[in-house]
Design a protein around this ligand. Sequence first.
Ligand code: IMP
Length: 434
Amino acid sequence: MSNTVVVGLQWGDEGKGKVTDLLAQRADVVVRYQGGNNAGHTVVVGGQTLKLHLIPSGVLHPGVLCLMGDGMVVDPLVLCREIDDLEANGISTAELRISGNAHVIMPYHIRMDEAQERARGAAKIGTTQRGIGPAYCDKTARLPHSIRVWDLLDRERLTERAQAQLELKNQCFRHLFDAEPMTLEEVIEPVLAVVPRIADRVVDGRALLYRKLDEGADILFEGAQGTFLDLDHGTYPHVTSSHPISAGACVSAGLGPGAIDCVIGVAKAYTTRVGAGVFVTEQDNEYGNTIRERGHEYGTTTGRPRRCGWLDCVVLRTAARINGTHAIALTLLDVLDTFASVPVCVAYDLDGERLEYVPSNQEDLGRCRPVYEELAGWQQPIGACRTWEELPDNARRYIDRVGGLAGVPVGLVGVGADRDQTISLPAFERARGR
Ligand code: IMP
């Protein structure tokens, strides 16, 4: 029995879907532990591109039980569309379960997300406008009429709660945000229409996981977003409203930290972020444009061009500690194939002081300047490499140096989008065998 967490070490979009997909082959249960349809996992299988927003990537493996965990926020309309898309592509969703304790994104949360972003003006976060923040806000507000997935199962209770919530939301729309109020009908009808399609999948997530663990199951916990979008440890306020870090898996599942055997941290061979916020190694220039075009760095969920920059090993070193990472999966290395030299950020300079870790004071972080080390590029395509030996020397040096700077060895290397374009290194098996 071995329980593994897959976590993003940067600002999301690190290629966690591909790594989860790979690890799911050996898992009995895959749990998505936080977030909602702000996430977008692209998985390429046999040339076919599949986009997942809510459903754990384990769904691509027949027989693997997939749980949308307590820590998620679930938009039932999006969920049904995603189930339809998968089924239309011949992928069964029969093993998909939804934790009753997850909170529900209602249509007024989406309007609230849009209204709040408008109100923030120049200080906007650049949210995905999927209602994520407002849904988590209702969760932490602990109102008697907050809506959890359990509440979808009782039509009367759901309607009562939606009405009570809507009264509050409409007050805000009218008086704070200059936004159109909503009617109960437009809020509740679309949700009620899809409830019968998901009702049978609703479970006590914690009880299900305890049962599976008692049976000796291997559980894979799939995070969404990334460490620096974490509500506490990220670049606040430009963060998401949940806890993507590995500890978030324990909170969501109802398990102690000792239940986690292995943490695989996923990082791109460079850095991207979407939306506003500090980005020390950003390259708003030709280098960044090349990375964006070669890496197809446009959001899976919103289509927005991602901000691109060099690999920040200060970020990786800090994230490795936050998550208790055992091995790094370094993805999209092939995107760097054309560069003659590839700088990596080895430390920050804060007013003349050298920092090894990301400072948690955002004012300080805003003043940090990158200290780069130039590594030689390999300037040849690596997409066909399947072993360490087949990689060019300079690519191997890059990988080794990244592991050394992060303080955690690289265990997997991604050299292309397809499932089989992955090189497994000894550090990966060592981490998995823990
Ligand atoms: P929210 O999660 O929609 O509230 O957005 C908050 C911040 O997190 C914004 O900067 C988003 O661009 C970012 N974000 C949310 N989900 C993802 C993701 O899956 N990948 C990358 N950025 C994300």
